[in-house]
Design a protein around this ligand. Structure first.
Ligand SMILES: [Zn+2]
Length: 421
């Protein structure tokens, strides 16, 4: 996990002067480089970040004040300019796609608007006493209110509008893929398997019988989406009103997508908290793509998103997410395995005609999903143990050949995270 840590720093008078003059020099360099790119563009030439980095030694010769600045801090300036250009092109793209924004070409920066300098790799050090040592600036008093985890990557000094200074430290290690046997560590703990059925009536139902209803605002935004869509279809294509309706539709669409995104974040957190072996039905992606109903396709996509987010979160929490074969999960009795062929969509209660089980329809499906996941998980465990005697070994991963040698019965079941079968 890579994180940003923001700490208040207390530079002394001389250090403040130093920081300010560094800021100012970097700002002037930034503006000069922007100017250079604009000129070059007008002359039909192209100036890149690399060519500008290569010119820095000459800049230093001409302007000795740059010798008082750490070289990497100077080199980071054209990187910043690149980012400004990237953001500009991104906004142009969005505008082209109907978003009502200003594209805003990269601007020359005033003193007010240029507020930070960055050490992109080295030239600084966190000290034992919690202060920070930065090349060409010195040791600055810092209030480190929490420890910094992992490898330290970059340091940025930033001044806010009140004139206070902060150090922003980016640190952490990229999350590593776990060896296969690590995924089986939940066998030693409480496995707590939970299956989830994506329902018609409730949004989801879990195998403990908990229903999660769709938030009210989903319905509302679906309605406005449909309305905006109808509105657009009534306009003459490429007319002024058509463009207007188009913009409106994309606004409503983006709002809907954002709502879904917030919600799927929350839901995936709840799901990961709720169990250690998490089982979903495999989604039929092809069916999703073929679906032309706008609101429905967003709902499908957000399911895909919920599974993706859950898998991601589960992985860092040491939990396992599986997707299992969705065939007959509704029609099968979760107690005796009997298939009830005449189950109708309108039947809310599942009544088994072989064993008397009477249960909520979605809960029955969720239990079937849980059982399939449990079976698959144990099956994979036993299989790997029997054939490779490697489960329990902690050093290395299974090779692709070993994983490819798994029997076909295990493969139609798509798995999203771990274990990799
Ligand atoms: Zn039964």
């Amino acid at each position: 996990m890579i994180r940003a840590y923001k700490f208040r720093i207390y530079p002394d008078k001389e250090q403040i002067q130093n920081l300010e003059s560094t800021l100012n020099a970097c700002r002037e360099l930034y503006n000069a480089m922007l100017q250079q790119r604009i000129y070059a563009y007008r002359m039909g030439r192209k100036v890149t970040r690399y060519s500008q980095v290569n010119e820095i030694p000459e800049v230093k010769k001409a302007f000795p004040e740059f010798n008082n600045i750490h070289s990497q801090v100077i080199q980071e300036v054209p990187v910043r300019l690149d980012k400004a250009y990237d953001n500009f092109f991104e906004r142009v793209d969005k505008k082209y796609n109907g978003k009502n924004i200003k594209a805003g070409f990269p601007r020359f920066k005033s003193r007010k608007r240029y507020n930070s300098i960055t050490y992109p790799q080295s030239g600084f050090k966190l000290l034992e006493n919690g202060h920070i040592l930065a090349s060409k600036i010195g040791e600055i008093r810092m209030f480190m209110h929490r420890p910094v985890d992992g490898r330290i990557r970059t340091l940025t000094f930033k001044r806010n509008s009140a004139g206070e200074w902060y150090a922003i430290i980016i640190a952490g290690n990229p999350s590593k893929k776990k060896p296969v046997e690590d995924h089986f560590s939940i066998l030693n703990e409480d496995m707590n398997p939970v299956g989830y059925d994506v329902g018609l009536k409730s949004l989801i139902t879990d195998s403990n019988g908990e229903h999660t209803e769709e938030p009210q605002y989903f319905r509302k935004s679906e309605k406005s989406l449909a309305k905006a869509n109808r509105n657009l279809s009534r306009k003459k294509k490429y007319s002024k009103n058509w463009f207007k309706a188009n913009r409106r539709l994309s606004r409503v669409y983006r709002k809907t997508v954002r709502q879904r995104d917030d919600y799927s974040n929350k839901l995936s957190r709840d799901i990961v908290d709720n169990g250690n072996l998490i089982v979903f039905e495999a989604l039929n992606i092809q069916g999703m793509v073929r679906n032309h109903h706008l609101a429905k396709s967003i709902a499908d996509a957000s399911w895909y998103d919920i599974i993706r987010k859950t898998t991601y979160r589960a992985e860092s929490a040491g939990k396992v997410v599986l997707q299992v074969d969705p065939g007959n999960t509704s029609k099968m009795c979760s107690k005796c395995g009997n298939i009830k062929k005449d189950l109708k969509l309108s039947d809310r209660i599942y009544k088994c005609n072989a064993c008397e089980l009477t249960i909520d329809r979605d809960e029955n499906a969720a239990i079937n999903i849980k059982n399939r996941g449990l079976l698959l998980f144990l099956y994979a465990y036993v299989y790997l143990q029997k054939h490779f005697k490697k489960v329990g070994r902690v050093t290395s991963e299974f090779t692709p050949e070993e994983i490819g040698a798994l029997p076909a019965r295990a493969t139609p079941v798509v798995e999203t995270g771990s274990p990799r079968l």
